[in-house]
Design a protein around this ligand. Structure first.
Ligand SMILES: [Zn+2]
Length: 358
């Protein structure tokens, strides 16, 4: 009798397990639609629920519940949806654009690469200069686990750079705590290092880190930079030779780790698909040529496309509105169409490469 009971119990448990696995897969599948669904906002509709409304909307004494269905950004309005709790009739209302964009990146050299031109790019799209602040904490090769241990120990090991007027002001011996207190940040960005994405254990402290940041700055929205993969067939002090197939596999690991380790953290509200934008551009006539040492993106195409992706994800403006070019590289104007298209495609499809014009 006891044996039968334990068999039934085991069967019930295994069915539950299958159910859990299925749900997790469904969540990953829906992830790729996330970016595109953001723009597909509904307008006024009289009957929205798939269930038959219990109350006739014509006679209902509506009582609306309000929900922010799209957060506003500095160059993009948001949206609130009001839904009647009795008959499910709903309508939407616009939320005005935000006034400021103040971004703090808690990162490493890849974060510094991607933010180098960000102030110029955002202001050139029409955001008043006094409303744009970019800050970044830099420690070479600093991983999620390392940031967390620095926070726990109040380590003042970071170089902190800030851009409020087009130039970077850099100070040494900063802690994460001091940088958080420096401004009323709108966005805080975190990311992994290029070398640790193959290691699931590298993300073990991500919950601690994002919980801490969100508690310290509850008004700030957290974002994740999807980093890029190595340049194939290069060797430097930072990177060993990798075949195109190996870099493709590494890019797949970056996406896989995001979907399983990062997307599951509800505190992280935004994705900056810089790594996919880079991969898209590499598929174009520009080729796999945009790093200086196999890892760090160059000052021309690399820093430009990564900053433009941050702009698209955080400021929410049109890519065509950005007219600024680095003064050293006026010829970059010729490549703007493919750079913009690469970013646009990465925003639409953040987890796969979109082939660009050769
Ligand atoms: Zn109603």
């Amino acid at each position: 009798m006891k044996r039968w009971l334990s068999i039934i119990l085991m069967l019930a448990l295994s069915m539950c397990f299958v159910g859990c696995v299925f749900e997790a897969d469904a969540d990953i599948d829906s992830a790729s639609d996330e970016a595109s669904s953001e723009n597909a906002s509904s307008t006024v509709s009289d009957t929205t629920s798939s269930d038959e409304p219990a109350v006739d909307p014509a006679t209902c004494t509506h009582e609306y519940e309000e929900k922010v269905t799209r957060k506003p950004r500095v160059l993009d309005v948001g949206e609130k949806t009001f839904t009647c709790k009795f008959c499910k009739t709903s309508y939407t209302e616009e939320i005005a654009k935000t006034d400021t964009i103040k971004i703090l990146a808690v990162g490493n050299s890849l974060t510094s690469n991607a933010t180098q031109y960000l102030w110029q790019i955002i202001t050139s799209a029409g955001v008043p200069k006094e409303n744009v602040v970019i800050g970044r904490l830099f420690l070479p090769g600093c991983s999620i686990a390392w940031h967390w241990s620095n926070i726990e120990d109040f380590k003042e090991d970071y170089e902190y750079s800030k851009n409020t007027n087009g130039s970077w002001l850099t100070r040494e011996n900063f802690s994460v705590q001091a940088a958080l207190e420096d401004e009323e940040w709108d966005y805080i960005i975190v990311q992994e290092t290029i070398a640790s994405v193959h290691n699931t254990g590298a993300y073990a402290k991500l919950s601690n880190l994002v919980d801490y940041l969100k508690t310290a700055k509850p008004e700030a929205e957290l974002a994740w930079q999807l980093i890029w993969t190595y340049q194939a067939e290069t060797v430097s002090q930072w990177c060993s030779f990798k075949t195109p197939a190996e870099t493709k596999e590494h890019y797949g690991q970056i996406i896989g780790q995001y979907l399983t380790q990062v997307k599951t953290k509800s505190q992280i509200e935004h994705l900056i698909p810089a790594g996919t934008a880079v991969q898209n551009l590499r598929s174009s006539y520009i080729g796999d040529t945009i790093t200086t040492d196999g890892i760090h993106v160059n000052e021309k195409h690399g820093m430009y496309i990564t900053a433009l992706t941050w702009y698209a994800a955080l400021a929410g403006g049109e890519l065509e509105a950005v007219t600024w070019l680095p003064s050293k590289y006026p010829e970059l104007a010729d490549d703007l169409p493919v750079i913009r298209q690469s970013v646009k495609d990465a925003m639409k499809q953040p987890f796969a490469v979109t082939q660009q014009a050769k």
